[in-house]
Ligand binder design. Structure first.
Ligand SMILES: COc1cc(O)cc(Nc2ccc(C(=O)Nc3ccccc3)c(OCCC[NH3+])c2)c1
Length: 335
């Protein structure tokens, strides 16, 4: 395996946990904290024109901080490669979880779906659309919390989310009718359709629109007709019908989703969008880092608040997540 000298002493790369077109994702250990991370390794020579899209994703990830979105810890760019150090989601893919259980109960689907809606509503509030929502891009952490990943296709249209997008992207099975027709579309509406496909998949354990032949698949999507399994409750079917509306102007919006009766059934409050970190943890983690690196707290805070997404950013974010987990805080001297 190619040894990257720039990571030596900071990260120890382990097994590959995912690979896509121009990227490989490896499990790694952040040596100062001993915490597991996922490192997305991109060969700049293979990226070509996609380099601009990677830069877009990085700037998007730097502005996102949400419980249900996989966290970016550090960006390392060397002459030949870009490394994204991300949160490790040890529970693996939601897709495998559904396959293993064949299909989920309504209450388990609700618990997962509320987290997806919270993450996507947060994204839309910040002016982003994910555009590639599917179970493979939804991971679980050790506590069965969902983590949205892979913002390689996310978009932030100029002038905000009300402006249309044109690029046809994402996976056909989750693609909205307006997208497969090559029409102008709104990222928010395309994300709501994909979430409808996702919810159907959680509850039915199968895809609403599926065909080995791409043209037949497109015809099914454009028809908006899908099988309504007898075991699905009327409330679930009603919600899915609102999301899988062929006409995007008739489709439920993310805002209406947040307080839809199906999502709040048996749960008191509507879905929360912003989940806050505690200030107390932040002060304690800065103190531990300042002591470890033998600098004043204020100096350490001055550096961290620049959010350079360097090794200090990763160490700080990993300490805060450790603290939230109730684990002890310890820093190891780099060899
Ligand atoms: C914002 O989060 C992103 C953005 C991005 O561009 C790529 C990724 N990639 C990740 C991040 C973490 C994992 C991971 O922890 N996977 C895993 C862990 C335990 C068992 C199995 C997988 C990751 O996995 C790659 C395969 C997922 N389809 C990709 C996150």
């Amino acid at each position: 395996m190619v040894k990257f000298l720039e990571l030596k002493g900071f990260y120890e790369l382990e097994r590959t946990i995912g690979c896509g077109g121009f990227a490989k994702v490896k499990l790694a250990t952040h040596l100062a904290t001993g915490e597991k991370v996922a490192v997305k390794i991109m060969d700049k020579a293979l990226l070509g024109a996609d380099l601009a899209r990677v830069k877009l994703e990085i700037s998007a990830l730097k502005s996102l901080s949400h419980e249900n979105i996989c966290k970016l810890y550090e960006v390392i760019e060397i002459e030949t490669h870009i490394f994204l150090v991300m949160e490790y989601c040890s529970g693996g893919e939601l897709f495998d979880h559904i396959v293993e259980k064949n299909r989920l109960t309504e209450s388990e689907s609700r618990m997962f779906f509320r987290q997806i809606v919270s993450a996507v509503a947060y994204l839309h509030t910040l002016g982003y659309a994910h555009r590639d929502l599917k179970p493979e891009n939804i991971l679980l952490d050790r506590h069965q919390n969902l983590k949205l990943i892979d913002f390689g296709l996310c978009a932030k249209p100029e002038g905000g989310m009300a402006n249309p997008l044109y690029t046809s992207c994402g996976s056909p099975t989750y693609a909205a009718p307006e997208l497969v027709q090559g029409k102008q579309y709104l990222g928010t509406e395309v994300d709501v359709w994909a979430m409808g496909v996702l919810l159907y998949t959680l509850l039915a354990g199968a895809l609403p629109f599926d065909d080995v032949n791409i043209d037949s698949l497109y015809k099914k999507i454009l028809s908006g007709k899908y099988e309504e399994p007898p075991f699905m409750s009327l409330e679930s079917l009603r919600l899915i019908r609102c999301m899988l509306q062929v006409d995007p102007t008739k489709r439920i919006t993310i805002k209406e989703l947040l307080s839809h009766p199906w999502l709040t059934l048996g749960v008191l409050e509507p879905v929360q969008i912003m989940l806050q970190n505690s200030k107390m943890y932040q002060r304690e983690c800065i103190g531990i880092m300042a002591t470890h690196y033998n600098v004043e707290n204020r100096t350490m805070w001055q550096h961290l608040k620049k959010w350079k997404y360097d090794y200090h950013t990763a160490t700080y974010l990993l300490l805060v997540s450790k603290k939230k987990r109730g684990s002890g805080l310890k820093l190891y001297s780099l060899s």
